[in-house]
Design a protein around this ligand. Structure first.
Ligand code: B4P
Length: 187
């Protein structure tokens, strides 16, 4: 099974992707986690990525497409994967179509987790207190929401037109949201 989890920052993509990974034995491909590893490595690319992420902007399509295409070729992705945080732009979505075509693979579903913006800001500020992520402050969070609306939200139509979109309410407990996603995948 090949899935995309789409949604605004803090909607719970990472949280739900980890559950789906365990339940279905799929590999979670989180571009946010990949970028945070690169930042930790302290490389020149890491320093560049950190500045962009701390500003709430998107790392360039070229870098992200290269990162995902290399990762998708690894053996643990052969039977399926959950994309968490990718694609975030139309160029990334088109690159993913090409990658899937090259692999002879089909995208089963794009699950969009939708949550009201004020709730998201609260969640991310809470995460900032617990995990200390430097991109979880109110100014950056508002920028990330704007970037989502401008660049990522149009992908809902992209996947709706392809007949693979399932929209899921992301408000409620982690368990409740997981049940809604399971129902969307069955349907
Ligand atoms: P990400 O790591 O993808 O960050 P995110 O959108 O904030 O995370 P997510 O939605 O997964 O939230 P989570 O489950 O953790 O990206 C970070 C940055 O990396 C981006 O801003 C960008 O700069 C860069 N980037 C990443 N991918 C890119 C790409 N493809 N192209 C360009 N740049 C890219 O949940 C958030 C919080 O809510 C957690 O604390 C969680 O415990 C809590 N939570 C989850 N579900 C909940 C629920 N049901 N109820 C209450 N709390 C809940």
């Amino acid at each position: 099974m090949r899935l995309i989890l789409l949604g605004p920052p803090g909607a719970g993509k990472g949280t739900q992707a980890k559950r789906l990974e365990q339940k279905h034995g799929l590999t979670q491909l989180s571009t946010g986690d990949m970028l945070r590893s690169v930042v930790e490595s302290g490389s020149a690319l890491g320093r560049e990525a950190k500045a962009i992420m701390d500003a709430g902007k998107l790392v360039s399509d070229d870098i992200m497409i290269r990162m995902i295409s290399e990762r998708i070729d690894e053996p643990d992705c052969a039977t399926g994967f959950i994309l968490d945080g990718f694609p975030r732009t139309r160029a990334q979505a088109e690159a993913l179509d090409e990658l899937l075509e090259r692999l002879g693979a089909r995208l089963e579903r794009c699950v969009a987790i939708l949550v009201d913006e004020d709730v998201l800001v609260e969640r991310l500020l809470k995460r900032a207190r617990i995990e200390g992520r430097t991109d979880d402050n109110e100014g950056t969070i508002r920028t990330r929401m704007r970037v989502y609306r401008d660049q990522t939200e149009p992908l809902l139509d992209y996947y709706r037109e392809r007949g693979v979109l399932a929209e899921v309410e992301g408000l409620g407990s982690v368990e409740e949201v997981a049940k809604r996603i399971a129902a969307a995948l069955d349907g």
